[in-house]
Design a protein around this ligand. Sequence first.
Ligand SMILES: *[C@@H]1O[C@H](CO)[C@@H](O)[C@H](O)[C@H]1NC(C)=O
Length: 417
Amino acid sequence: MLLRRLNRAVRRLPFSLLLLIAAPFIVEVLIHVWQYQVPRPTTDLDAPFFTSCQEPDVGAERENAVFVMLARNKELHKAKKTIRSIEAQFNKWFNYPIMFLNDEPWDPNFVTELNETAGGKGIFEVIPKEQWSYPDWLDQESAKESIQQQGKAGAPHAGLEGYHHMCRFYSGKFYQLDVLKKYKWYWRLEPSVDFTCAITYDPFVQMAKHKKVYGYTIALWEVGKSCPGLFRATADWKQSKRVPSSSLWNAMMEASWMPFPFRRLLSWVPHRDTYGDAWSLCHYWSNFEIADMDFFRSKTYQDYFDYLDRKGGFYNERWGDAAVHSLAVAMLADPQQVHHFEDIGYRHDTFYQCPANAPGGQLPGSLSLVKNEPWTTEAAGGIGCRCQCDGKELRNFGTYCLDKLKQPNTPKRGWFS
Ligand SMILES: *[C@@H]1O[C@H](CO)[C@@H](O)[C@H](O)[C@H]1NC(C)=O
């Protein structure tokens, strides 16, 4: 009744008057959305470290770094596949130690076989219970029930208790492990991964040299139903700590087009902050990571992790470490400190990145690279070294969140461009 009367009243108003009333709202919305525009740099903010094969400098000084793979005894073959691949494409030259982590005691057979595949550089550790279990203060019964329900609702892996422990572990507890304390850098591996290009330089050294803290290969969209409350918790923490919004943070956001007084009502919708603006769900896929552990060991990051942990979302929802790391990096690192390894060929499950080979940059006569062939065709603009892409070259995944602000005015790259 009231609505109908209002409607009739509005219809009797002249159009120009309506426009006059609406104008301040429209202007406010435009200013609001404009604030989330990220600046385009004049030069590439994050150029590849190298754009062709290098003669591996086996005598060069190494960084204090370690490979880390979380695996189970039954994943022997999948683990071997990854280690064979990284050894052949990189580690036979650079010889970094490879640490295997398990939440259960290692099967001696796994240890023998993987140590052999890793060329004797294997370290085998068991994760202490307190880093791989429910926090004391969490109501386990209700968490278990929730996990069951999440499984039925169908978010990927959300019905598996161990998966939740794993996400919590990689989000925060990982960086507290005693056995990792002596290292600064890690390169995360996963069972069943292919590295499809030769990596002929030392990424740790380049990360350190260019003052990077976080490196990735693939960016994706998070599955929204796995983490309805994660972004709000993150944004609340950010606000309470008065962390300013960097351009990288803004690049992860989608500003709301809702006019001012109503915008805040959107804060009740998942993936939105208290002002009603949304996270785009963009995140770096964390099964490949090369990163500085000091960033994640910092008091600030650990405080953020504890805040999330207290919210219970690692169990009552299925907050993933990829999203947690990505949001933290966007919040706490400078945009220049993030590196996209566009030159590394990487495949896990059905997702891959495989660059085209750099024309004239394949060092055909190199004795070090003699086993890293044959490689697929070279193509203009290619930056890969001896990549074998299976006809999939150039089909890189878009790296939406970072690419928005790192490249000078290049057309937006799609998922398969
Ligand atoms: C792995 O192999 C190397 C070289 O053969 C050996 O020195 C080392 O003790 C082995 N490590 C484990 C955990 O078995």
